[in-house]
Ligand binder design. Structure first.
Ligand code: GDP
Ligand code: MG
Length: 370
């Protein structure tokens, strides 16, 4: 993502570089005035000063051209949690996802363990949990930069033999900025050098205080490699989900977010979308960012054809003319004509904005030559 130097950021929020560096150190980031920090970190620092910052979003303002009816409280029903796994490289994110899938995919499906789409569902004591495969950091940066929120819970993987590392801190900042609860998975406890207490201490130093230490963050010691405590971790996810009271209205037209998208040689543009509200059905007319179409087919995370997808379900969809972008919002509209109109308006608006921008840039260039 884009980064900004500490001194420029300090200037923007009208604080001294030293004040900003002070806050960064408090969060465990050793910084100099020339160091570049990402938006999520800047946001957390700004919050410390009780300042809200926002990115200059020159992208489509999707909500303005499309009114999405808010739900009546009485229509809301519980929905499954959507979880992403974050943490430092090599701390075991992929292994953990694999371990979760292995223990909770039935024998019959086991042959098809190969990933079909960028998400997977597991059943825990009769409750569904959805895991996004998008690396947590990416999910947070790209999605949030576009105003989309797809994650309900962040699993922070920290290797017990390595402890809190730079990307661990980044992950903490992302989750905090997005106000997403964290569950810590202290991984690799099978290793001789494992020191879970040190991890807890280092986390506490960064403001992530686990329950045993008087805080409110749940931590679970696990071994992704040996499958130790995976069930406990899943139970904790359900517990946190319950506290969050996640709800949606399955009885309305669907709204969702693109998790990933690509051009498939045979199928044309395909996208994995997370349905966040309503029920998505084959045949629905949709606007997705600046593309549009009618849902031709839907595949579940297991690669099975499905006719509909309820809230907190990730499905691969086809049937639109262009490849959308990760983070694009998908909205079901009344008919194809409406979908086309909205998508085309958005395209026009982007073109207009670009024109304006290039005019401004050329004027600037003139002035600077004087
Ligand atoms: P990622 O970069 O966070 O996705 O990490 P990976 O899942 O690719 O794991 C990095 C390395 O750590 C691999 O060699 C894994 O086999 C190893 N690893 C992951 N989890 C464990 C664990 O619980 N115990 C041990 N001993 N090794 C693990
Ligand atoms: Mg990995």
């Amino acid at each position: 993502g884009e980064k900004v130097a500490v001194k420029d950021f300090a200037e923007k929020i009208k604080k001294s570089s030293n004040e900003v560096i002070g806050k960064l150190i408090k969060l465990g980031v050793m910084a100099t005035i020339n160091q570049e920090i990402d938006f999520e970190t800047a946001e957390v620092i700004a919050k410390e000063f009780e300042i809200e910052i926002e990115k200059n979003v020159s992208k489509v303002e999707e909500k303005q051209d499309l009114f999405i009816e808010p739900d009546d409280e009485k229509d809301l029903l519980p929905r499954p949690p959507v979880v992403t796994v974050m943490g430092h490289v090599d701390h075991g994110k992929t292994s953990l996802l694999d371990a979760i899938r292995k223990t909770h995919v039935t024998e019959k499906e086991a042959g098809g363990i190969t990933q079909h789409i960028g998400a997977s569902e597991v059943m825990v004591e009769g409750n569904k949990v959805v895991f996004l495969d998008t690396p947590g950091h990416e999910a947070f940066t790209t999605m949030r930069a576009r105003g989309a929120k797809v994650t309900d819970i962040a699993i922070l993987v920290v290797a017990a033999d390595d402890g809190v590392m730079p990307q661990t801190i980044e992950a903490i900042n992302h989750a905090k900025a997005a106000k997403v609860p964290i569950i810590v998975a202290i991984n690799k406890i099978d290793k001789p050098g494992a020191n879970p207490d040190r991890v807890k201490q280092e986390l506490a130093d960064r403001g992530v205080v686990i329950e045993e230490w008087g805080g409110d963050v749940i931590s679970v010691p696990v071994s992704a490699l040996q499958g130790t405590n995976i069930d406990t971790l899943l139970e904790m996810i359900l517990l946190v989900a319950e506290i969050e009271e996640l709800k949606a209205n399955p009885n309305r037209s669907a709204v969702g977010t693109v998790i990933e998208a690509e051009l498939d040689k045979g199928k044309g543009p395909v996208a994995t979308v997370l349905v966040q509200n309503g029920t998505l059905k084959v045949g629905d007319s949709v606007v997705i960012g600046t593309t549009f179409g009618r849902i031709r087919a839907m595949l579940s995370d297991k690669g099975k054809k499905v006719k509909q997808a309820k809230p907190s379900t990730a499905v691969e969809i086809t049937g639109f003319s262009e490849v959308p972008e990760a983070g694009d919002q998908m909205v079901v509209v009344a008919d194809d004509k409406t979908a086309r109109e909205i998508a085309e308006n958005r395209k026009d608006k982007i073109k207009e904005d670009q024109m304006k921008k290039s005019q401004r840039v050329s004027l600037d260039a003139l002035y600077s030559q004087v």
